[in-house]
Structures are given as structure tokens and as C-alpha cells.
Write a protein that binds this ligand. Structure first.
Ligand SMILES: *[C@@H]1O[C@H](CO)[C@@H](O)[C@H](O)[C@H]1NC(C)=O
Ligand SMILES: *[C@@H]1O[C@H](CO)[C@@H](O)[C@H](O)[C@H]1NC(C)=O
Ligand SMILES: *[C@@H]1O[C@H](CO)[C@@H](O)[C@H](O)[C@H]1NC(C)=O
Ligand SMILES: *[C@@H]1O[C@H](CO)[C@@H](O)[C@H](O)[C@H]1NC(C)=O
Ligand SMILES: *[C@@H]1O[C@H](CO)[C@@H](O)[C@H](O)[C@H]1NC(C)=O
Ligand SMILES: *[C@@H]1O[C@H](CO)[C@@H](O)[C@H](O)[C@H]1NC(C)=O
Length: 497
């Protein structure tokens, strides 16, 4: 254990894709509840900045209502929860602007939006499938002071929530249609706009005619050549809108199909080789939106007048109690248990934050509390915990539900289970549940609490309900191949609210 290569562990952590299901819900007023924003930087989480964030969200909500109205349903934002560094809670509460609530299901991993320092662009971690898996939205801190960036945030939110991918082709202004004609890479081939020669903006010559000329077409210009000499800029619509695309602001029209909009200027061209057409089978933005449950005519409710979104502070639970639950059933023998011990030791020595309390449970036919909750105050406690882990040996059947109930009870959660019961459990198993109480029921009970379960399955035969346990408790489930020597992906309880 002497030489841990910290860099390679960090790399392993980096391999994790953040891919939790969002808790954002559309309520019956057609307003969105539960958007979870993580503010990472303590210096940034000032009263002033958080007030600006609140104003920014009001603006985003307004723009959203306006844009969604274009597809027949006014959707806006109702509640946002803020995860701020715990040291800032008191100050923000005292400002009297942000009501607070005790933590329930929140974790850093379940954040929809991450406010990052420093700059960069608002960016959704690439979603490249139509209705693809949700990833979180990264947003540079400065944006909250610039309402002008609201539309790029709205665009990312639209990718995140509704699967609207990019309608532009990054760096590629033109494509060649079926007849070989160069067309601008915008949503519709009828979009009003202007061709011109690059670098001849003030030449006075009618450069558009050159870019459109037969000469260009028939001299057999390559696409690259066309890009090199020509460009296309869309003309703002009479109302200041950019035609048919949520990419530009302000939006009150989407690229759509003929059957929904008689305005030819927004008729979607499915030939543009953009990510949207590739992923969504050539559907237009309007059609993709209308197929989403938030916009289905059968979704019950009614649009109301928008009001400022409510921004709630999430108060992190005071205690950081962690239960490490380790499978020691018979199938764990040889390399698996060695791997488990090695990785759990690394967790205890390097990942567990100082000040957290750790309990260790091992389980096979029954679950055993190997270590009662112990506060990690210094390195000697870490050594003591590591020794406990090193004593593990494999043998017996697999009682996963017993282990789940044991971990919950250590965290003070006994029936009746409620959301006020919190804590963090990391459960490692390689096997199929084969003895003990009904596992499906145990998972349902766990989901009634606010305890977060991260599950780590270390063989292909591990019970598939582990993913469900993690999903329902806002934890994260990982599968790690038994042949991977670097076994586990840990996170610190610091990341759980
Ligand atoms: C952004 O818009 C909101 C809502 O209209 C407003 O309250 C806020 O002051 C604006 N913020 C800035 C920095 O202009
Ligand atoms: C341009 O391409 C067409 C079709 O491939 C070909 O018939 C024609 O000869 C080419 N013209 C020139 C000038 O290369
Ligand atoms: C398009 O125009 C036709 C004829 O004016 C009309 O009947 C139809 O309702 C219009 N469609 C839409 C989607 O506005
Ligand atoms: C399963 O584990 C729990 C907790 O240790 C224990 O109470 C129970 O007896 C075990 N086995 C069975 C068959 O329930
Ligand atoms: C466990 O409980 C679930 C849900 O109540 C039920 O559908 C299932 O049949 C039970 N499994 C066993 C083995 O009793
Ligand atoms: C996780 O839960 C969400 C919401 O209930 C669901 O849509 C999603 O399919 C689940 N994912 C997995 C991997 O079970």
C-alpha cells in the first residue's frame, strides 16, 4: 500500500460519467420544480451574487415561457434549489431572500446545473442522442450577471430537459445538397440571410452574387473552398428574432415542419448535416419538443401567469455519517476480496473527509457491524479503520437486504422510514442476493429515506437491482469489471447534502 499513484486514481474518478436522472418535474401549472444548482465556489456564493442568480433565473424563466409558447405550451420555472458551500448557509439565510429547507435527496451528483469558476461557455456535457441521457449543465459564474446570456443557458436547458441538440454545424457554414448545390448550414434552406465573400465586407461589390453564382457551383468548388471564400449570415426577422432557432435570442419561433407552421422561412431542412438531424432522424426542433411529455396535449394542467421562481437553499446535514458495506460472501474469495480490501483501505485513508463518521458493515449470510460510527479525526483513526478492513475473509451466502437494513439502522433509520433520515452508504457486492428479507422491498424502504446509496458491483453476476437502489436514492451505481485491478470509484461524503 506504500506507493499510491494519486494521479491514476484521479484519472479513474474522471472516468465517471455524470449521468443521474434529473429530479426536475413539470407541475400542473406547467412550471418546472426542483432544478438543482450547485455553487461550488465559496467566494462566489455571496448574498449579492446569489441575488443576481435569482434575477437571472427570473429572466431565464421569462425567456423560456416565451420560447415554449411557440410550440403551444407556456412553460416556466417555479422552484430552484441551491447547493451552496455549507459555510455560506447562515449568511444567506440571514439575508432573508432565500428560504431554506433541510436536505432530502440532494447530492452533488444529482445537480442539474454546476456553476463553475472561472469562465468558459455555458455547456451541457455533450448529449449526442435525441432525448439522450441527461448530463449536467456547466455554467460559468459570470453569466449570472449577464441576462444577455440567458438564451444560451436556455438552449442548454433545452438540450438537457427536452433533447434539443445543436442546429448548427460547428465551424461548417455550408453543406452540399442532393443536387450538389451549396446550402448554408441553418435550420431551413429558406432562412433569410446574406451570402458574402469573406474579407470583402466593405468592398462594395455585390459579394453575395459571387457566392451564389454558377461559377462557384460549376467550377466544382470543394466544400472547403466554398467555406474559405464565402459566408452566410442570417437576417434578423422583423421582430428581431433569428429565424427558427433556439440558438439565437430571443426565441419565439422554432424550426418546424410544414404541418405546424405556414411560415416557409422556418421550415425545417432535414438535410443539414447537424447533430440535431443526425440524432433525431431529421425531425425539426418544434416536432422534437411536441413529442416530449412536457408538451404532450395529454399532460394534465394549465399554463399560469409566470412569477419569479422561488430559490431555496438546501441545508447540508450537520453530520456526515457514512456506512461502508462490504460483501464477504463465498464468491468474494481470492482476488475479489483482495481488491475490495485494497480499495476500501484507499477510501478510508485518502477519500473519506476528516470530520466524517464511518461505520463498517460486512455481510454474507448475515450482516455484521464491524465498526460502530467512528469520527475520522486524524490519521491514527484512519489506520485503525484500515486494520478492521484488512481482517475480512470470504465465506457464506449473500444477504444484501440484511446489509441494507443494517446500514440504515446504523444511520438511525428504522421503520417507519421518512425523508428526514439521512446519511451515505457505499455498498460493494459481487453477487446475487440469495438469502434474507425481500430485496425489492428493502430497496423501496431505502428510497423512502434521504439516505444516498452508492453501489459498486464488482462482477457481471452482481444483482441488477443495485442500479435501481442507487437510482432511487440519488446515489450512483458503478459496475467495475472483476479483471480491472483498479477496482473502485469513490467519492467523498462531502459531496452529499
Ligand atoms: C435580469 O433580469 C431580471 C428579471 O427581469 C432582473 O430582475 C435583473 O435585475 C436582471 N439582471 C441584470 C444584471 O440585468
Ligand atoms: C464538374 O463536375 C461535373 C460532375 O462531376 C463534371 O461533369 C464537370 O466536368 C466538372 N467540371 C469541371 C470544370 O471540372
Ligand atoms: C396554413 O394555411 C392554411 C391555408 O391558409 C390554413 O388552412 C392552415 O390552417 C394553416 N396552417 C397552420 C399550421 O397555420
Ligand atoms: C439477513 O441479515 C439480517 C441482518 O443481519 C439478519 O437479521 C437476518 O437473519 C439475515 N438472514 C435472513 C435469512 O434473514
Ligand atoms: C418481493 O416483493 C416484491 C414487491 O412486493 C414482490 O413482487 C416479489 O414477488 C417479492 N419476492 C419474493 C421472492 O417474495
Ligand atoms: C432512474 O430513474 C429514472 C426516474 O425514475 C428513470 O427514468 C431511469 O430510467 C432510471 N435509470 C435506471 C438506470 O434505472
Amino acid at each position: 500500500m506504500a506507493a499510491i499513484n494519486v494521479v491514476s486514481w484521479l484519472l479513474i474518478l474522471g472516468l465517471f460519467s455524470h449521468c443521474s436522472a434529473t429530479n426536475i418535474r413539470l407541475n400542473t401549472d406547467y412550471r418546472l420544480d426542483n432544478i438543482l444548482i450547485l455553487v461550488q465556489n465559496e467566494n462566489f456564493a455571496s448574498v449579492d451574487n446569489m441575488k443576481a442568480l435569482k434575477g437571472y433565473l427570473a429572466y431565464v424563466s421569462h425567456q423560456m415561457a416565451r420560447a415554449t409558447e411557440a410550440v403551444g405550451r407556456r412553460i416556466s420555472i417555479n422552484t430552484v434549489r441551491l447547493l451552496v458551500p455549507p459555510s455560506k448557509i447562515a449568511e444567506l439565510k440571514n439575508a432573508g431572500v432565500f428560504p431554506s429547507m433541510p436536505a432530502t435527496w440532494e447530492s452533488e451528483v444529482s445537480a442539474d446545473v454546476v456553476l463553475e469558476n472561472p469562465g468558459g461557455k455555458v455547456k451541457t456535457i455533450p448529449a449526442d442522442e435525441c432525448y439522450g441521457p441527461n448530463k449536467w449543465i456547466k455554467m460559468p459564474e459570470y453569466t449570472v450577471r449577464r441576462n444577455a446570456t440567458a438564451n444560451s443557458f436556455l438552449r442548454e436547458l433545452s438540450i438537457y430537459l427536452w433533447g434539443l441538440l445543436s442546429e448548427s454545424v460547428s465551424g461548417v457554414q455550408f453543406y452540399q445538397d442532393g443536387s450538389g448545390t451549396f446550402q448554408p448550414s441553418v435550420c431551413s434552406s429558406n432562412t433569410p440571410g446574406q451570402y458574402r465573400l469573406r474579407n470583402s465586407i466593405s468592398s462594395g461589390a455585390d459579394s453575395s452574387s459571387i457566392c451564389l453564382s454558377e461559377l462557384v457551383r460549376f467550377e466544382n468548388f470543394s466544400l472547403a473552398k466554398m467555406q474559405e471564400i464565402c459566408e452566410f449570415t442570417t437576417k434578423p426577422s422583423p421582430t428581431g428574432n433569428n429565424w427558427g432557432s433556439i440558438l439565437s435570442q430571443p426565441v419565439s419561433l422554432f424550426c418546424d415542419s410544414k404541418s405546424f407552421n405556414n411560415d416557409t422561412r422556418v421550415h425545417h431542412s432535414s438535410q443539414v448535416p447537424n447533430p440535431f438531424n443526425r440524432a433525431c432522424g431529421g425531425l425539426s426542433a418544434g416536432e422534437v419538443l411536441r413529442k416530449h411529455p412536457h408538451f404532450l396535449p395529454t399532460t394534465p394542467g394549465a399554463s399560469v401567469q409566470e412569477t419569479q421562481p422561488t430559490v431555496l437553499l438546501v441545508e447540508k446535514s450537520a453530520f456526515r455519517d457514512v456506512v461502508l458495506v462490504l460483501d464477504v460472501s463465498g464468491s468474494m474469495n481470492h482476488d475479489r476480496i483482495k481488491n475490495e480490501i485494497r480499495s476500501a483501505t484507499i477510501y478510508v485513508k485518502y477519500f473519506l473527509e476528516t470530520g466524517a463518521r464511518l461505520s463498517i458493515v460486512s455481510f454474507s449470510a448475515t450482516a455484521r457491524e464491524l465498526q460502530t460510527l467512528l469520527k475520522v479525526s486524524d490519521d491514527s483513526v484512519r489506520e485503525q479503520l484500515a486494520k478492521k478492513i484488512q481482517s475480512l475473509a470470504a465465506g457464506g451466502s449473500t444477504n444484501i437486504s440484511g446489509a441494507i437494513y443494517e446500514a440504515m439502522s446504523i444511520l438511525g433509520a428504522t421503520a417507519p422510514y421518512t425523508k428526514s433520515q439521512t446519511g451515505f452508504v457505499v455498498l460493494i457486492t459481487d453477487g446475487e442476493h440469495n438469502t434474507g428479507p425481500n430485496l425489492t422491498v428493502a430497496i423501496e424502504q431505502a428510497a423512502k429515506t434521504s439516505i444516498v446509496f452508492d453501489t459498486i458491483s464488482i462482477s457481471r453476476y452482481a444483482d441488477e437491482r443495485m442500479a435501481r437502489l442507487a437510482n432511487l436514492t440519488n446515489g450512483r451505481s458503478t459496475f467495475v469489471s472483476e479483471n480491472t485491478p483498479r477496482m473502485l470509484n469513490w467519492r467523498s461524503p462531502l459531496q452529499i447534502w
